[in-house]
Ligand binder design. Structure first.
Ligand code: GP9
Length: 411
């Protein structure tokens, strides 16, 4: 049965990579890799201005000379941030009800760090909280990271929420990366930012580094959220400075994405602010689960926006293409977004199982296995789902089941 799962999945992958010409293949082969996961950062903040002031000037700047994917969605389950770490490194679905760190405890999971490790890279993951949170010590072992750096390394000065501020985290991460660089081995660093964590209580002194919100945003949830992300963006800008100073910026594949949703509010005041930002009602799950994905590929100097719909499962295959890694013998459930015009992203846990988003609409399953609704991405207009959509839902459910059995079969 295991053989069958792998064969079917590989066939799916083969089909999906036949869609178009292979673009960008191997452009970052042999380069250092830094993947930054931004806590709770949703897509709508990128290029957003409030009263003429950008919320994320540093990320906006990064998009200008990178591949920028505005239509990407989170697919995390109960393991939230740690599920995002898992999916990004494996291109497997999160189970939903069980954090993946528990589901893969003691197992060896095929992954980006494992593949790069076999090519001689040092592989390390950086996060300011204790590694015991979300059972990460086991997760990192299962994913095959050579090193992890947690609270013990980062210390406890200048703390925001669960750990040192992103500023301290990025500075100390760069120090380690510079050491790796000196050892003449390539590195892959997965860097997990934390300062923009719920409930977004940014210390007063850090607010000097944020955009400075107008009065109508004061003492609102949306205001605190935007301020926290504005600080996370400021700290990310400092990271770019540190990397440039250490000579580690230009020739490195840098991937940045948001792990999961951050806006959690139903208050009328907050809804009003969201309406002001979106110019329409804030829509859950389409607006809610939409996260940014940015890839700075060495050699690409002019930015390009790639509209293809994607999910966290697609990050690894997309990065693998530019890194020149062959995934044809690995079971992955995502697609390379630079070579796929049509893609369907399956979601569960934070939306009803069977929810999917493609290049035109989001599908929400109905009460039976044969119905649902489609909401168009552009107009947000909703109609009853077609038979084709119901078939797509069943296909997605099949892939999720295959992914689950594959995870279970791993030793
Ligand atoms: C803490 C952080 C928790 O280590 O990763 O994030 P969460 O999963 O609660 O968003």
């Amino acid at each position: 049965a295991e053989q069958k799962i792998s064969a079917e999945t590989l066939e799916k992958k083969r089909r999906s990579t036949q869609n178009g010409p292979i673009r960008l293949k191997g452009m970052a082969e042999g380069k250092n890799v830094i993947i930054v996961q931004l806590e709770s950062v949703q897509q709508f903040l990128i290029n957003l201005e409030i009263d003429g002031k950008p919320v994320t000037p540093n990320l906006n700047k990064l998009t200008k000379n990178s591949l920028y994917f505005p239509n990407v969605y989170t697919q995390v389950g109960k393991g939230n941030t740690s599920d995002a770490e898992f999916i990004t490194n494996t291109s497997l679905y999160a189970l939903g009800d069980i954090p993946m760190s528990s589901a893969v405890e003691g197992k060896t999971v095929p992954s980006l760090p494992r593949v790069l490790g076999q090519l001689g890279y040092q592989t390390a993951t950086f996060h300011a909280n204790s590694v015991s949170f979300w059972n990460r010590k086991n997760l990192y072992k299962s994913l095959g990271f050579n090193h992890y750096y947690d609270k013990k390394y980062f210390g406890t000065s200048d703390v925001i929420s669960y750990g040192v501020s992103d500023e301290v985290m990025y500075r100390k991460t760069t120090e380690k990366l510079a050491e790796f660089h000196e050892s003449n081995r390539k590195f892959y660093a997965h860097v997990i930012a934390l300062s923009s964590h719920f409930p977004y209580r940014l210390p007063e002194e850090k607010k000097n580094d944020t955009l400075g919100l107008p009065k109508r945003y004061k003492d609102t949830f949306v205001g605190s959220y935007i301020e926290a992300v504005s600080y996370a963006d400021y700290a990310f800008g400092r990271f770019v400075d540190h990397l440039k100073k250490a000579g580690l910026y230009d020739d490195t594949l840098i991937v940045v994405y948001g792990d999961h949703q951050g806006v959690q509010t139903k208050s009328p005041k907050d809804q009003e602010l969201l309406k002001e930002i979106f110019g329409r009602e804030y829509y859950n799950p389409l607006d809610h689960l939409n996260i940014p994905l940015i890839m700075k590929v060495p050699g690409i100097t002019k930015g390009r926006t790639i509209e293809t719909t994607g999910g966290l499962v697609d990050i690894y295959p997309t990065a693998a293409n530019v890194l020149g890694l062959d995934l044809s013998k690995q079971v992955v459930f995502g697609n390379d977004l630079t070579n796929t015009d049509k893609n369907t992203v399956g979601i569960r846990f934070y939306a009803p199982t069977g929810t999917f988003i493609n290049e035109r609409f989001g599908f929400l399953p109905g009460k039976t296995k044969n119905d649902g609704i489609e909401t168009f991405l552009k107009s947000r207009k909703t109609i009853p789902a077609s038979e084709d959509s119901v078939n797509s839902m069943n296909q997605i459910l099949k892939y999720m089941k295959q992914s689950d059995s594959y995870v279970e079969s791993l030793k």
